[in-house]
Design a binder for this molecule. Structure first.
Ligand code: XMP
Length: 568
């Protein structure tokens, strides 16, 4: 069933996609990471944050976000099914949504009960526009409540695995699925009476109405199809997208690249773009995309702060300058950065000094290459969502990752953020499709202040050499064990502890190196990795034998929380 929608392709904005906003740099704009100038200021107001991606006439599914912890996952699942999807607040205007060419809505779950005072409700256009709607958990309760059904507090809170029994085998939402399937529940309220003309599509032992729908394509699920614990959830979502919303599946990296390139060309015209290249996957993909669009109108500035890993600067230059033929201004500012950290032991002061120095170096380098009009950076969608979510504003500052300085006072640039609506896995896909080497695509995250926050205490040239040598061994062994991709981060830390050892017949008094390896989805939480003992033994042996001044290696077995990933 495909519902009509009253949008015409001509409704698209003139220049869809690449978001550019004028940044006056005289204000207190913050940095995202210190290599991503001006990211802090993309705490955009929702009205600016249109979610538009470069693609005239493409389709989208709008996820109205009622605050579920799984909200981003819904958008990701939809996109994995080749349909573009964005999260929008429930109070978004129809105008802001219409420009996205919506084919249907998903109402996310959320912590509210429909009986809470001020509980968020779907806006009226959800029904007026006659587009398909899928309510998930709270989204289903809100639909039932608004359309004349009855919702009550469930007698038993249903949380965890359940078995769903289908009542209607021929429902397009459950097409191709077995009569019973495992699902994941997480809800308190429950629909006990269907709204008029709705069918009861499925039940579980505790929820007689676990799925509902009417013939106009308004549907509800009491369980979460987006989570891995509902193994067939993706098929249900795909049925919604393709059987009910009539989507075509236009969200592919090929389309994204074509549309982005056109959009960047239209935006930049004959202007000049600069980009702070760090060698990380986000700035690398962003720069490559911009370069494909405008070639030598882009100049990348690659600042070596002296806190990079061994061979990192050389490899980045080789990839981008030699192989991809980009114009890169390489600035070796090691001396300057070392000087500004002299005597500094406080981690936050290190970050602040590095951030400020970076701004100075970047500004000087940019002025040497002439006036630029645009600044390209690799902001990703989770950053955009996070910076506009109420919880991120209320959270306590642990480390100033994303708050380390301001833009130079006399630069005035528009931002180009071609990855602004992509998730990390989509960025990787785009990067691969653009022909970036795998080692760039799969590079583990590396903090802006680099090795400076992996040396506990004052940073000196000698300590950097020691840490680089140890870090190189960790990386080499992890890669050799084929674990590099599956681990979020792996690195060495040079502690400020000295300990006694014995080598040959001699007593030694040397440094202690800590090895850190963690698994994580998003760095918000992390588990220490259970590395094989023989791998740990090899790493330890090699470090003690090959790195002068180190006589002891320890393995960090703390998770985040309560620890953090980095030691500083
Ligand atoms: P923590 O140590 O807070 O780190 O658990 C979480 C993630 O952030 C990275 N990190 C930083 N990245 N500038 C950055 O660009 C910083 O100052 C910074 N501090 C930590 C860290 O490597 C991990 O991926």
């Amino acid at each position: 069933m495909t519902m009509d929608n009253d949008l015409k392709s001509g409704d698209q904005p003139e220049n869809p996609g690449t978001e550019t906003r004028r940044v006056s740099t005289s204000g207190d704009i913050e940095l995202g990471t210190y290599l991503e100038i001006a990211k802090g200021q993309e705490a955009t107001k929702p009205s600016e944050d249109t979610g538009r991606f470069p693609g005239v006439d493409r389709e989208s599914i709008i996820v109205l976000d009622f605050g579920s912890q799984y909200n981003m996952l819904i958008a990701r699942r939809v996109r994995e099914s080749k349909v573009y999807s964005v999260l929008m607040p429930p109070d978004s205007s129809w105008e802001s949504i219409a420009s996205l060419n919506p084919r249907g809505f998903i109402l996310s779950g959320g912590p509210a009960s429909v009986y809470d005072p001020g509980a968020p409700m779907p806006p009226p256009y959800i029904f007026e526009k006659r587009l398909p709607v899928l309510g998930i958990c709270y989204g289903m309760h809100a639909l039932a409540h608004q359309l004349g059904g009855k919702v009550v507090k469930g007698e038993k809170r249903e949380y965890g695995h359940a078995v769903l029994h289908l009542n209607e085998q021929n429902s397009p939402l459950f097409q191709g699925l077995p009569p019973s399937l495992p699902v994941w529940m997480s809800h308190g309220d429950e629909v006990i009476e269907l709204p008029p003309s709705f069918h009861n599509l499925a039940s579980t032992d505790n929820s007689p109405i676990a799925a509902m729908g009417n013939d106009q394509g308004i549907l509800g699920l009491a369980f979460h199809p987006e989570v891995a614990h509902t193994p067939l959830g993706k098929s249900i979502l795909q049925n919604f997208l393709y059987n009910i919303c009539g989507c075509k599946g236009t969200w592919t990296s090929g389309n994204f690249i074509t549309d982005s390139i056109q959009s960047i060309k239209d935006t930049v015209g004959s202007g000049r773009v600069i980009c702070a290249l760090s060698g990380g996957v986000d700035s690398s993909v962003a720069a490559t995309l911009v370069h494909k669009a405008i070639g030598d109108q882009l100049t990348c500035i690659f600042v070596n702060n002296g806190f990079l890993r061994r061979e990192e600067a050389e490899r980045t230059l080789e990839t981008f300058r030699r192989n991809l033929k980009m114009k890169i201004k390489y600035v070796d500012a090691t001396e300057r950065f070392l000087k500004c950290l002299a005597g500094v032991i406080d981690p936050e002061l290190k970050r602040q000094r590095i951030g400020e120095e970076f701004i100075r170096v970047f500004e000087e380098s940019a002025s040497q290459i002439g006036q630029a009009d645009f600044l390209a950076q690799g902001t990703l969608y989770p950053d955009v969502i996070e910076s506009s979510s109420p919880s991120s504003k209320a959270s306590v500052k642990i480390k100033t990752h994303h708050n380390v300085g301001g833009l130079p006072a006399n630069m005035s640039l528009s931002l180009i953020e071609p990855l602004r609506y992509l998730f990390k896995d989509e960025v990787r896909e785009v990067g691969l499709a653009l022909g970036l080497p795998e080692d760039v695509i799969w590079r583990q995250p590396f903090p802006g202040p680099g090795l400076a926050i992996r040396i506990i205490g004052e940073v000196t040239r000698e300590k950097l050499e020691t840490l680089r040598a140890a870090d190189w061994i960790v990386m080499h062994e992890i890669k050799k064990a084929k674990l590099y991709r599956s681990l979020w981060q792996t690195f060495a830390v040079l502690t400020d502890v000295k300990s006694v050892g014995v080598m040959g017949d001699f007593r030694t008094y040397g440094n202690v190196v800590a090895v850190r390896a963690v698994t994580s989805e998003d760095a918000m939480t992390a588990d220490w990795a259970h590395l094989p003992y023989d791998l740990l033994a090899r790493i330890s042996n090699r470090i003690v034998n090959e790195v002068p001044a180190v006589n002891r290696v320890v393995y960090d077995i703390s998770s985040k929380p309560p620890s953090t990933i980095e030691w500083e």
